[in-house]
Design a protein around this ligand. Structure first.
Ligand code: ADP
Length: 403
């Protein structure tokens, strides 16, 4: 635009802002609107009003929906090289907002033909911003701008982006859903515990009775039943722990205990219950640790149970414990198929199971290692699995600070 024209525009557009400058300097003569001096007063007044406002405002004017907007609206469009700004100024609506024109055009036509405003809250209108299609929520109103003789001249848009508020609300809803699921899981687990405890008590009674009468068949059957009940109890406790954990109720009750003794106890238990594998535990001499004994025991049990579950019968499962620098490290290795590099990064996540495990070949819920990781983290320790070396099986470790 020529210098003289810009100076003339100063008599029509008064605000001092980036968009006021751009509006003054724009070559309006090249558009269907013509130079500013020829604009209808209603348009000029409305343009001056929006340019002065700190609230995001926008105008679509005339049959071509020629656009105007203020600095606050500019912030919504974004100000990088991929943004709709500054091209959006003076541009035609259907060109600028191609991606949503089909949705908004009927609304605009309705406002222009009836003169009645439209007000919508938290509407999802995806628009291209910073070069990508963003899912953006808006609260906005469309009001008709009338010309001096009362006819429809254009549309004034007052809007605000509510994406953040909506994002927060969605998060709150998601959290509430999670909470409900947790409460349900916790309730079911609690309810299951009572019958299982009495089932276990009756089975133990039966076991001692059948031993006395030397009823070998019953003794054997009851022994197997008891080991299934134990599996069920472990699962239920797992679910209970998950719901406790997710509602922030997990408690670490530290006490001083001897790790060597704990490992020997675990070994004894596995020797009684597992005859499919050779479980070898290399215990250190006495080593005192200040940690939650039951929970650390659950982690070791989980490592060994998994090693047994995921390796062929007849192979060895080795458990060792050593002090490396100022940490105590427990390792469990097996001679199974090992863990793929992809699974390696996922197995400590809640409900994650490898494809083979999930295919129903081995039962489980994918919560054991997640709980182990949480327990170890609550102890400021580390948990990891070694890189897969073909034919070597897997090696799981955790370490805890000592002293
Ligand atoms: P679950 O055994 O109930 O599926 P976990 O959380 O204990 O749940 O284990 C998660 C997944 O990690 C398992 O589904 C399995 O794919 C894999 N995994 C765990 N331990 C081993 C192991 N020793 N060898 C091979 N894969 C394992």
């Amino acid at each position: 635009m020529m210098q003289a024209e810009t100076e003339k525009s100063n008599h029509y557009i008064f605000a001092e802002s980036e968009m006021a400058d751009r509006t003054r300097q724009y070559d309006w003569a090249a558009t269907s609107l013509g130079p500013i001096s020829s604009w209808p007063v209603s348009l000029l007044n409305t343009v001056n009003q929006i340019l002065d406002s700190s609230f995001p405002m926008f105008i679509w004017w005339g049959p071509d929906f020629i656009q105007f907007y203020n600095d606050a609206y500019l912030q919504i469009l974004g100000n990088d090289e991929k943004s709709k700004h500054p091209a959006a100024l003076g541009q035609m609506g259907p060109v600028c907002f191609q991606e949503i024109w089909e949705v908004i055009h009927p609304l605009l036509s309705q406002v222009l033909s009836t003169g009645k405003p439209v007000y919508l809250e938290d509407q999802l209108m995806p628009i291209y911003r910073k070069g990508v299609l963003e899912q953006i929520y808006w609260t906005f109103s469309y009001n008709m701008i009338r010309t001096a003789n009362g006819e429809a001249g254009g549309i004034l848009v007052v809007c605000s982006e509510t994406t953040n508020t909506m994002g927060c609300q969605q998060q709150i809803v998601k959290k509430q859903e999670e909470q409900r699921k947790n409460d349900f899981m916790s309730m079911v687990s609690h309810e299951l515990k009572t019958p299982i405890t009495s089932l276990s008590a009756y089975l133990q009674l039966l076991e001692s009775k059948s031993k006395k009468t030397q009823d070998h068949f019953t003794t054997n059957a009851v022994h197997k039943s008891l080991s299934q009940v134990k599996k069920m109890t472990t699962m239920i406790n797992g679910f209970l722990n998950i719901s406790r954990l997710e509602s922030g109720q997990i408690q670490i009750d530290r006490e001083t205990f001897d790790m060597a003794l704990l490992l020997r106890e675990i070994e004894d238990e596995f020797l009684v219950t597992t005859n499919s594998h050779q479980i070898k535990v290399t215990t250190p001499c006495k080593h005192l640790l200040f940690a939650d004994r039951d929970k650390i025991s659950a982690v070791i049990n989980n490592f060994i149970t998994n090693a047994v579950k995921y390796s062929p019968a007849g192979t060895a499962v080795e458990v060792s414990c050593e002090i490396v620098k100022d940490v105590l490290q427990v390792s469990v290795s097996d001679q199974g198929a090992g863990i793929s590099d992809i699974d390696k990064h996922q197995i400590f996540k809640r409900f994650y199971r490898s494809d083979t495990a999930a295919a129903g070949l081995v039962s489980g819920f994918g919560i054991g290692l997640y709980l182990c990781a949480e327990i170890i983290q609550h102890h400021q320790g580390q948990i990891w699995v070694e890189d897969n070396v073909s034919g070597k099986g897997s090696v799981f470790h955790f370490s805890l600070p000592v002293g």
